[in-house]
Ligand binder design. Structure first.
Ligand SMILES: [Zn+2]
Length: 133
């Protein structure tokens, strides 16, 4: 059986979903940062608001700001998926190099792994947390 492929219409829909998600996440990041009293955050946050300079997103993620980190992480995932769409390697499993099922990508547009590799990855990473040692 040939591997099912994403159609051009699927890709358009995924790209539109990702772009909408990115817009939502950017609004959320700005809202999260607004309440922060951290000086480092205020400077970066001003750059975001005044110049829409999202190059600071990585620096913000490193600050590990409560509440904003998971939003920034998701924003990174969405950006990475959009980059893969642009470079035409979207839908390729990062572990086995096979195609990720279209239905999975439509449900999880930021998916990096096919379902088999994802299951293996989760099994591997579900050991005791490193901080427990
Ligand atoms: Zn795989």
């Amino acid at each position: 059986m040939p591997t099912p492929k994403l159609t051009a219409a699927d890709l358009d829909r995924i790209r539109a979903d990702l772009e909408a998600r990115r817009a939502t996440l950017r609004v959320e990041v700005k809202a999260q940062l607004k309440g922060s009293g951290d000086d480092r955050v205020v400077g970066l946050s001003n750059r975001l608001n005044e110049n829409d300079d999202w190059a600071v997103a990585d620096a913000l993620a490193e600050l590990d700001i409560a509440g904003a980190t998971h939003v920034l992480n998701e924003l990174n995932e969405v950006d990475a998926a959009l980059a893969r769409l642009r470079s035409n390697d979207y839908g390729e499993c990062i572990d086995c190099g096979g195609s990720i099922a279209p239905a999975r990508l439509i449900a999880y547009p930021t998916a990096l792994r096919c379902i088999g590799c994802q299951a293996a990855f989760e099994k591997k990473s579900s050991g005791p947390p490193l901080t427990a040692v």
